[in-house]
Design a protein around this ligand. Structure first.
Ligand code: G16
Length: 545
């Protein structure tokens, strides 16, 4: 097929963040912008692992389908001879990871700004995954950024737009392009991990009721296929199940603020036994029981402690990993199991080497992400199925399981406070100031809350020995509590300062306390020591999770 070379102006702002390149949709729609970034990916990979086979799909947000047509043409022009395209452009992030691994592809491009809102005036994003199925390493994303700044041309095959609605394969002179059903491979993977018969019995015989909120985003078709069709949950158990281009105006972030309908259903007199939600691209999860929210840190710890109940992990897990700001609840489980626990910077890509080298089986993050070595992404529905399998095996409620866990391991009271839309300069200066004053903090505060250590987290990858620095300032207190400061890498407007508070307690009497009340003194002390209000101009966070 003829290839046309188009001229483009180079862009200076295509630096991928924690999870790919995220910008306003209008930025991606500007002439040459998406094309430039995609061409940069192909240029960089042509010198590493050439992309000769790939998958493309996205979370269905506005501009998804148009972007897919562009990517198919650029891929084909750059010598990619096998292109798998998700039907209707709908492909969750974990399902994309599975497709790359199952069909031994060289990579994948996922169009998503994850949990950020979608629409013409909202956010869009591009994520690039490599042949292990996981997000490209920092070295690769850095090289893509550098290339994008110099790029003056992109290539496109002169092929007509593809009918994304019809499954099937067709051949051009240069490539085989296949439109595939994005759900079936993923469902098969889940069936191979979990005990579907046992979970189906839970729905059939125990009058067990669940509500899954797909938030009008990508997991709708997957959740309906798994929970309602395969496992026999009553129709309607999955709500907001049709992926919409603007997610119906909702913010597809599965947390207590944005999944309000689900949360109020779970905390009502006739609440469901189990509730869950996932985000825009299906990699995050939120777990709820009747009148109880399970924090992501607790969820990871409980999953690790109960791994033996799941067929795929019954023979044991090799190790666990969590991002640094994530609660240390899982560390205690790892200690009891006698397995390693790795602490990594924020970002799923840092788990890649640990998983590829079989150092860990399970990983998780405070940002509602949990996953395992079955793919190289966090996986929302996998986490929900893990919980269903635990519930079906133990025949106990979510609260009973959580309380039982705290009694055995203690409870890590945990909360994240977000200060959104800060002026970028103010936020950077605040962080720099903390970094420059690490030595000054020790000895500040008093009693239980005297600072005994402070550092700026850095990480040496145990496999490739690469060093990642400046990953968050940590203050450790005499009672074992800690406060962690870092700037978000996923926003598209200004800067978001995240402060993570954690305090471990072993006293059973305290277990039912509200984390905000128990952490109040730690929060106040931290704000005083760091002069948070004065330096940021904010007297309270915008979002508390
Ligand atoms: C992305 C990464 C996660 C990471 C999160 C942190 O999530 O995939 O590994 O924990 O960002 O976000 P921030 O830098 O804003 O704290 P996602 O779901 O947006 O892809």
């Amino acid at each position: 097929m003829p290839v046309t070379e188009y001229k483009t102006t180079a862009f200076s702002d295509q630096k991928p963040g924690t999870s790919g390149l995220r910008k306003k949709t209008s930025v991606f729609m500007a002439e040459g912008y998406l094309e430039n970034f995609i061409q940069a990916i192909f240029d960089v990979m042509s010198e590493r692992e050439k992309i000769s086979s790939m998958v493309v799909g996205g979370d269905g947000r506005f501009f998804n389908k148009d972007a897919i047509q562009v990517i198919i043409k650029i891929a084909s022009a750059n010598g990619c001879s096998r292109i798998m395209v998700a039907r209707d452009g709908i492909l969750s992030t974990p399902a994309a990871s599975n497709i790359i691994r199952k069909y031994s592809l060289n990579g994948g491009i996922i169009l998503s700004a994850s949990h950020n809102p979608g629409g013409k005036d909202k956010d869009f994003g591009v994520k690039f995954n490599t042949s292990n199925g996981g997000p490209a390493s920092s070295q690769i994303t850095e090289a893509i950024f550098e290339t994008s700044k110099r790029l003056m041309r992109y290539l496109m095959s002169d092929i007509p737009d593809l009918d994304l609605g019809k499954t099937g394969s067709f051949k051009t002179e240069d490539a085989e392009i296949t439109v595939f059903d994005p759900v079936s491979d993923y469902v098969e993977l889940m069936e191979n991990i979990f005990d579907f018969d046992k979970i189906a019995r839970l729905f059939r015989t125990q009058r067990f009721s669940m509500c899954f909120d797909a938030m009008n985003a990508v997991t709708g078709p997957y959740a309906t296929a798994v929970f309602e069709k395969k496992l026999g949950a009553p129709q309607g158990s999955v709500i907001r199940s049709t992926p919409l281009e603007d997610f119906g105006g909702v913010h597809p972030d599965p947390n207590l603020n944005h999944a309000k309908e689900l949360v109020s259903a779970m905390f009502s007199a006739n609440g469901h036994d189990f509730g869950a939600a996932s985000d825009g691209d299906g990699d995050r999860n939120m777990i709820l029981g009747k009148n109880i929210f399970v924090s992501p840190g607790d969820s990871l710890a409980i999953i690790a402690a109960n791994h033996h109940l799941i067929p795929a992990y019954a023979k044991g897990i090799k190790g666990v990993a969590r991002s640094m700001p994530t609660s240390q609840a899982v560390d205690k489980v790892a200690k009891k199991l006698g397995i390693a626990c790795y602490e990594t910077p924020t970002g799923w890509k840092y788990f890649g080497n640990l998983l590829d080298s079989s150092l860990v089986t399970l990983c998780g993050e405070e940002s509602f992400g949990t996953g395992s070595d079955h793919v190289r992404e966090k996986d929302g529905l996998w986490a929900v199925l893990f919980w269903l399998n635990i519930l079906a095996s133990k025949e106990k409620s979510v609260s009973e399981i959580v309380m039982e866990h705290w009694r055995q391991f203690g409870r890590d009271f945990y909360s994240r406070h977000d200060y959104e839309g800060l002026d970028t300069q103010i936020a950077n200066e605040f962080m720099e100031n903390l970094r420059n004053k690490l030595h000054f903090f020790t000895g500040k505060g008093s009693g239980k809350y005297e600072v005994t250590w402070a550092d700026d987290f850095s990480y040496i990858d145990p496999v490739d020995k690469s060093l990642t620095e400046k990953q968050g300032v940590r203050l450790g207190f005499s009672c074992g509590a800690r406060a962690v400061f870092r700037l978000s890498g996923t926003g598209t407007k200004g800067a978001t300062l995240r402060i993570y508070y954690e305090q471990p307690e072993n006293d059973h009497q305290l277990f039912l306390n509200d984390p905000q009340l128990l952490l109040a003194q730690l929060i106040k002390n931290t704000a005083d020591i760091t002069r948070l209000q004065e330096r940021t101009g904010r007297d309270k966070p915008d979002v508390i999770t």
